[in-house]
Design a protein around this ligand. Structure first.
Ligand SMILES: Cc1cc2nc3c(=O)[nH]c(=O)nc-3n(C[C@H](O)[C@H](O)[C@H](O)COP(=O)(O)O)c2cc1C
Length: 318
């Protein structure tokens, strides 16, 4: 097993284990939230260079759910042509392409939002899923990390609601459960579902429980990032993890979550070179490694990784 080994999920074969994680490219998008030529060219260059999977940046389900004014939108059909072109430009290079669906939520205020309001956001998510399918993506990633709406709902810290959306784990998962029930028919063999969660939501144990719950709901991939931190952690790492661990604490959470699941896991954060990515995949610690900022800095990252991999393998065989 190595980072250039393909992996098949449902009927979709992903050509290698390197993922471009979702990254909002604010400077390439205007207030209208439409796909621009600059954005198309940027994603296509990453696909052309050979990355296995692109997860297109957070795309908002409603104008009121944006994290910033100039964020991609998917809340009506006018977004379809641009997003269709985006899916096409990536997929034509053999790159599996998902789109991340997002609502920023109501941090520190979730408990005061009416049930009707959350019902209507659920409808917006359902509509967004159908549009994403129409656009020709290979699947969807739900943004359920980083303290945004789905992260808030999953969080014991943030979600003290006493209606159908809060309480037990099952109730904190009610939104996502309904979303998946109501969009079940679009997830055929050629359409996959990833869920990006906080490994610490707020503890790693909660992250593991959330991941297992999502696996049981039928999610195909778990992508582990960070959640709403426990306020007791003052250090940058928001969990306890071994001092001699050589990677970032978010990677550690991905590895721990992978141990508890059967479905593939994507790990992310501060992976900059092929050696690191290869170590994680070759030792079966993660199924995919996402490379974000390093890929922005070096769009040829994957080509350089292949050169480095080949050189290293030659070294080993000497
Ligand atoms: C400019 C920028 C934009 C980002 N936008 C998103 C986003 O849209 N959705 C998301 O889930 N994470 C987003 N992230 C987080 C990244 O996906 C990734 O998890 C993070 O950058 C850590 O990985 P890295 O160290 O390889 O960059 C963003 C990060 C950056 C730097």
């Amino acid at each position: 097993m190595n980072i250039f080994a393909p992996i098949t999920i449902k009927n979709i074969t992903i050509k290698n284990r390197i993922v471009l994680p979702p990254m909002v490219r604010f400077s390439m998008i205007k207030k209208d939230g439409l796909v621009t030529k600059t954005l198309l060219d940027w994603y296509e260059s990453i696909a052309f260079n050979g990355v296995g999977m692109i997860i297109v940046e957070a795309c908002c389900v409603s104008p009121n759910g944006k994290l910033r004014e100039n964020q991609l939108g998917i809340w009506n059909d006018s977004f379809i042509p641009g997003l269709k072109e985006l899916a096409f430009r990536c997929k034509k290079h053999g790159c599996t392409t998902l789109i991340q669906i997002h609502h920023a939520g109501f941090l520190n205020n979730l408990n005061n939002i009416s049930e009707n309001k959350i019902d209507s956001i659920l409808d917006d998510f359902i509509d967004a899923f159908y549009r994403a399918k129409l656009c020709g993506f290979d699947g969807i990633e739900i943004h359920a990390a980083h303290g945004y709406l789905l992260s808030q709902l999953m969080s014991k810290l943030e979600n003290n609601r006493i209606d159908k959306y809060g309480g037990s784990l099952k109730k904190r998962m009610f939104f996502i459960t309904q979303l998946l029930i109501k969009t079940k028919n679009i997830f055929d063999g050629n359409f996959i579902l990833s869920c990006r969660i906080g490994g610490n939501e707020p503890s790693l144990e909660d992250g593991i429980n959330n991941a297992k719950y999502l696996e049981n709901l039928g999610v195909d991939i778990i992508h582990v990032s960070h959640g709403i931190p426990d306020p007791n952690f003052k250090s940058q790492a928001k969990i306890f993890f071994p001092k001699d661990f050589n990677f970032d604490w978010v990677i550690y959470m991905g590895m721990e979550i992978k141990k508890c699941l059967k479905i593939p896991v994507i790990g992310v954060r501060k992976i900059t070179n092929e050696n690191q990515a290869s170590y994680l995949v070759e030792n079966n610690l993660l199924d995919f490694v996402a490379v974000g900022r390093a890929m922005i800095g070096k769009p040829l990252w994957i080509k350089q990784a292949l050169a480095s991999y080949n050189l290293r393998k030659k070294d080993i065989s000497f």
